[in-house]
Design a protein around this ligand. Sequence first.
Ligand code: NAP
Length: 279
Amino acid sequence: MAITTYNQISVPSFMYGTAWKKEATARLVQLAVESGFTAIDTANQLIHYQEALVGEALQSLAAKGIQREALFLQTKFTSVDGQDHRTPYDPAADLTTQVEQSFASSLQHLHTDYLDSYVLHAPFSRRGLGAADWQVWAAMEAFYEAGKTKTIGISNISAAQLTLLCQQARVKPMMVQNRCFAVTAWDQQVREICREQGIIYQGFSLLTANRDVIAAPEIHAIAAREGVGPAQVIFRFALQVGMLPLTGTTDPQHMSEDLAAARITLSADEVERIETLAL
Ligand SMILES: NC(=O)c1ccc[n+]([C@@H]2O[C@H](COP(=O)([O-])OP(=O)(O)OC[C@H]3O[C@@H](n4cnc5c(N)ncnc54)[C@H](OP(=O)(O)O)[C@@H]3O)[C@@H](O)[C@H]2O)c1
């Protein structure tokens, strides 16, 4: 299954996330693709991600006949605040240069000459958007306009910031990637803006951020009826409300199960109940 961005790029409906996989990254990315994932999320940020090992997996997959074009690759620019001493750019350079160096290094790590999605890991400003945010966004718009990435996006963004970005950017984001907490009605405000603007909403930590909801009897009752696990009910809910979920599983069986969530169906009442389960 695929969804389409407002600039007509086809995006797989489920994404495999590579954070915290450390030296297992290459093996797990290969397993994920062999299990059926065609979209991979990473970041040029060594604290949490091994982007170069994602690239190593891509080379092994290419040797087995799975070509670059068959995969959707997403990576991120992470500012100095989100990095340790191993910045993939000169931290003393101006921000435009930092983004350019980080982007070039991502292409090198991933053995590709284009990205499918390039994401700003987080705004610099806690509230609103400041000069640094606009400078980085302009550099990302330039990659998009030069055809170096098919889409651009932003992560860890509030509803107010996203509204501003959509109003004032030359190119508004095609992607938003946020941690999705059930206690905020699954990031309802941001999802609503995404729906209005035709932006794809990617939800991460759907399982790890919502342990109480996953343990709820309502979720277990649906899981028992469908003969699946509670994780699949959550992923199915995400798909049914129009999100693009990420999974960070390290287990091949869970990889297949997570993808199989697309095969169950929740009633409209069940979707509504899950939307408000933690409110
Ligand atoms: N933009 C950002 O700032 C940001 C921040 C955090 C994460 N992310 C992205 O989002 C991705 C996913 O994040 P996450 O790891 O927190 O996601 P997650 O999928 O909510 O959590 C992964 C956990 O869920 C378990 N799990 C997955 N499928 C399962 C299943 N079918 N049954 C039981 N347990 C299951 C995994 O255990 P097993 O390994 O045992 O399956 C693992 O412990 C990351 O890898 C990263 O790409 C982005």
